[in-house]
Write a protein that binds this ligand. Structure first.
Ligand code: SAM
Length: 240
């Protein structure tokens, strides 16, 4: 039986607004998150992207580099089942898997040539900043979109949509003329936090006294759930 190893090396890495794993949506296209794929020196030839503009969506193949050192197990906990029930690793999209390879379909926002290297802009990403990208392929609707596909966990796929309320001082920080925060931050905070990224066992708690923090772009965002809504209480600039 073939058991040879094959060397794979990244073509580049993604710059995304997600600076930590916590609160990254569990699949792509669930949040308004933009990313830029910066190509390595060996892939600076723009002709490698010839024709890509015709494809609205792309597959990204990448390495779950942050969880890779922890290896894998045959059974994994399924977040969609509340975090306790298990599934086989090959029946899941867990980050803890042999070869640590992830795949995400994202929107193609175009290629730019910057500092003598191609930069591929994408949106709808679910990748941690600096994730190594090992390949990029076009999404082919005629082959990749399967109308009769089934998912036994589809009934658990509902994503919470809590209202997100910005405290007054946060709104003022975001709208200040000299705001150090990205103009894309408010929409990202809203689309990420409305999904209630708390651990499954706390998601039923409509009045949670715990204050959570998530780092998005250059902001440490503090929030909590009160009367069923997500209240964004503080933004602190962090130096990346
Ligand atoms: N769409 C991909 C797939 O199906 O292979 C990823 C699905 S995985 C369930 C999504 C989670 O991967 C995110 O919520 C985030 O916590 C985690 N993640 C994203 N980038 C990662 C990285 N570079 N290393 C480890 N975990 C990462």
């Amino acid at each position: 039986m073939p058991s040879q190893s094959y060397a794979v090396s990244p073509v580049g890495h993604i710059i995304s607004p997600f600076k930590q794993k916590f609160a990254i949506p569990r699949q792509p296209n669930l949040a308004e998150a933009e990313g830029e794929i910066h190509l390595n020196e060996d892939f600076k030839d723009l002709s490698a992207f010839k024709g890509i503009e015709g494809f609205s969506h792309l597959w990204l193949l990448f390495v779950f580099h942050q969880t890779q050192p922890r290896g894998w197990k045959p059974l994994v906990k399924a977040p969609r089942l509340g975090g306790n029930a298990t599934l086989g690793v090959f029946a899941s999209r867990s980050t803890h898997r042999p070869n640590s390879i992830g795949l995400s379909v994202v929107k193609n926002e175009g290629v730019e040539f910057r500092n003598k290297r191609p930069v591929l802009k994408v949106s709808g990403v679910d990748l941690l900043c600096d994730t190594p990208i090992i390949d990029i392929k076009p999404y082919l609707p005629y082959a990749d979109s399967i109308s009769e596909a089934t998912d036994p966990l589809a009934q658990y796929a509902d994503i919470p949509t809590r209202s997100v309320v910005f405290a007054r001082q946060v709104t003022e920080q975001l709208s200040a003329p000299d705001s150090p925060f990205s103009s894309k931050l408010p929409a990202l905070i809203e689309s990420v936090l409305q999904q209630d990224p708390r651990p499954a066992y706390r998601q039923q708690n409509e009045n949670d006294s715990k204050i959570y923090k998530v780092r998005l772009y250059n902001a440490d965002v503090s929030w909590q759930v009160s009367a069923g809504a997500v209240i964004v209480s503080e933004l602190v600039r962090c130096d990346e």
